[in-house]
Design a binder for this molecule. Structure first.
Ligand SMILES: CCCCC/C=C/C(=O)SCCNC(=O)CCNC(=O)[C@H](O)C(C)(C)COP(=O)(O)OP(=O)(O)OC[C@H]1O[C@@H](n2cnc3c(N)ncnc32)[C@H](O)[C@@H]1OP(=O)(O)O
Ligand SMILES: NC(=O)C1=CN([C@@H]2O[C@H](COP(=O)(O)OP(=O)(O)OC[C@H]3O[C@@H](n4cnc5c(N)ncnc54)[C@H](OP(=O)(O)O)[C@@H]3O)[C@@H](O)[C@H]2O)C=CC1
Length: 284
């Protein structure tokens, strides 16, 4: 069991956390969760499995995925894992081909794979910029299009949830990621229309500060400021995002597409967030 992470909820927490959803809300559905070994993806995997879904967890590092699959199965859930780099289109296509040829297809895709490093934009190297754009924009698109092609081919309905970032106000120090996530939001809104005839829904969730192991890339000073990035004056949990995602993936979301559900404690209406620490210039 991947217990006691430095930040966020453990498998033990996620196996028992209260949920507002009925235990059969996702019964019989197959859900693919990219980045499912990370903090938010893992919470989504646990919640969806507990609601009756068969979950397929993907990510680059087997050491993050394997213990999760073991823990889910030990709790009586149906789960499998695959190593998959979302930036590699051939890998992505191969994964979706196998999923439909041998593993019963899929009903739901949640794209939780993503991330960035904090750095002043003026100092981005071409390689660093490309790594973040390739992961968050191209990688998400690879998964979206590959899933949709299968849903169209098999005339099967599908639902996509993309985990992005709040882009309606400043999140400074991660401009590369903001550019990529704004792209994903716009893309999701466009294909929500184009793919409606195929019965494919596409939505985004924009989390605020959610305590997960992904926070390791931020300095203690930056992390200490995160509770003050919203008027509720606290950070959220991966479970908050998992329940929002279940709302969009389950029948509760049947008439929702092209939406961005912001789960940030009101942070988008509040102020500014610096992932690199606030420069003295702005401290007036
Ligand atoms: C109020 C809200 C606050 C919170 C906001 C958001 C929070 C989160 O999103 S937390 C959870 C997200 N999780 C992560 O961000 C995970 C950590 N990040 C990454 O894994 C990477 O940043 C990645 C997403 C870009 C991964 O790509 P990958 O290609 O695997 O990355 P490399 O490590 O090989 O680096 C490639 C290239 O990128 C530049 N670079 C990477 N890290 C840094 C850094 N810390 N500082 C400066 N530049 C960096 C660099 O150019 C790397 O190339 P090399 O120099 O040759 O290594
Ligand atoms: N936590 C927060 O405060 C916030 C998070 N978000 C976003 O939510 C999403 C999930 O974040 P969170 O769970 O906190 O972060 P984590 O870092 O815990 O999880 C992200 C996961 O993405 C996977 N991943 C990264 N790159 C790739 C890739 N190329 N191919 C496949 N998988 C990849 C990683 O797995 P592996 O290393 O195995 O590849 C990792 O487990 C991210 O997009 C994040 O930026 C947005 C706003 C706030």
């Amino acid at each position: 069991m991947t217990d006691a992470p430095a930040f966020g909820l453990s498998d033990t927490d996620l196996a028992a956390h209260n949920t507002v959803f009925a235990s059969d809300a996702l019964k019989g559905r197959v859900a693919v969760i990219s980045g499912g070994g990370g903090g938010i993806g893992r919470a989504i995997a646990w919640l969806y499995a507990r609601l009756g879904a068969s979950v397929v967890v993907t990510g680059r590092k087997p050491e993050k995925i394997d213990p999760l699959i073991e823990a889910l199965r030990a709790a009586g859930h149906t789960a499998s894992g695959e190593t998959l780099d979302i930036r590699d289109r051939a890998q992505v296509d191969g994964f979706w081909a196998r999923q439909w040829a041998d593993k019963g297809g899929a009903d739901i895709l949640v794209n939780s794979a993503g991330g960035q490093f904090p750095q002043a934009a003026i100092d981005f190297s071409p390689k660093g910029w490309n790594a973040v754009i390739d992961t968050n924009l191209n990688g998400t698109w690879n998964m979206m299009q590959a899933a949709a092609l299968k849903w169209r081919e098999f005339e099967h309905p599908g639902s996509i949830v993309n985990i992005v970032v709040v882009t309606t106000h400043g999140l400074y120090g991660v401009a590369h990621s903001m550019a990529a996530r704004a792209g994903v939001i716009s893309l999701s809104q466009s294909v929500a229309v184009e793919w409606a005839p195929y019965n494919i829904r596409t939505n985004c969730i924009a989390p605020g500060a959610i305590e997960t192991e992904g926070w390791n890339v931020y300095s203690p000073a930056a992390r200490a400021a995160y509770p003050k990035t919203n008027p509720m004056m606290r950070v959220g949990t991966a479970w908050d995002i998992a329940e929002a995602s279940a709302f969009l993936s389950a029948a509760s979301g049947n008439f929702i597409t092209g939406e961005v559900l912001t789960v940030d404690g009101g942070g988008q209406h509040w102020g500014e967030t610096w992932t690199t620490g606030k420069p003295d210039y702005f401290d007036v």
